[in-house]
Design a protein around this ligand. Sequence first.
Ligand SMILES: NC(=O)c1ccc[n+]([C@@H]2O[C@H](COP(=O)([O-])OP(=O)(O)OC[C@H]3O[C@@H](n4cnc5c(N)ncnc54)[C@H](OP(=O)(O)O)[C@@H]3O)[C@@H](O)[C@H]2O)c1
Length: 214
Amino acid sequence: MNIAILGGTGKEGPGLGARWALAGHSIILGSRDAERARTKAAELRERTRKLAIIGHTNAETAELGQVIVIALPALGLASTLPQVRESCRDKVVISTVVALSFGGPRLFTPPAAGSSAEEAQQLLPGAKVVAAFHHIAAHELAETDQAIDCDLLLCGDDAEAKQTVGELGASMGLRGIDVGPLSNAGPLEGITALLATINRRYQRKSAGLKITGL
Ligand SMILES: NC(=O)c1ccc[n+]([C@@H]2O[C@H](COP(=O)([O-])OP(=O)(O)OC[C@H]3O[C@@H](n4cnc5c(N)ncnc54)[C@H](OP(=O)(O)O)[C@@H]3O)[C@@H](O)[C@H]2O)c1
């Protein structure tokens, strides 16, 4: 599958791209700057020894992807998503976005739309937005020789889109758990603030979530 990653030059995007490239998918890393995306794609090809990784502007990236991943800071949604609205129509769009802000009075501030995923859905009418991968940390994704010890919680309003995202998670070894409609994305995103706090308090990097009783 061709997977397009908006904001693919950061930390989370290349981590996801590396895992999916190793699972046999083709990756397009997006950026506001095409040259930056090409440089990051070359780094990732070198690291993974997989050739099907290229870089483009965010707009071209969304055009090429069958599935689009949003790996942008929450502040970047309003400026980026209107440019890719038509390319995302009818496609599965995965929002990894969490409105975290380090160093301020609040770590997590829920967006006015209820969640970043719902904000993305408002900005991308006709796209099938699924919220997922918030709890899978970039550094864990980057350690591609190690399995990720965490469940993949995902929510959205389109059953087939959720199935696709579950399969993409399974291709990197994650157990997918459907946690309901997109209106549950707020609590899903908010849990990330708890994991980040646990990591800080216990001086760890890898606090994750596993659902028991299933
Ligand atoms: N890092 C993690 O462990 C982790 C885990 C789970 C979820 N997430 C979520 O995933 C998203 C990406 O995380 P990240 O750590 O990869 O973020 P990041 O490194 O801060 O940003 C990713 C990319 O977004 C682009 N960008 C930055 N500011 C922008 C703006 N104002 N408008 C448009 N594009 C902008 C930059 O690419 P260009 O400058 O090349 O355009 C940057 O390389 C965030 O919402 C985060 O909460 C992160």
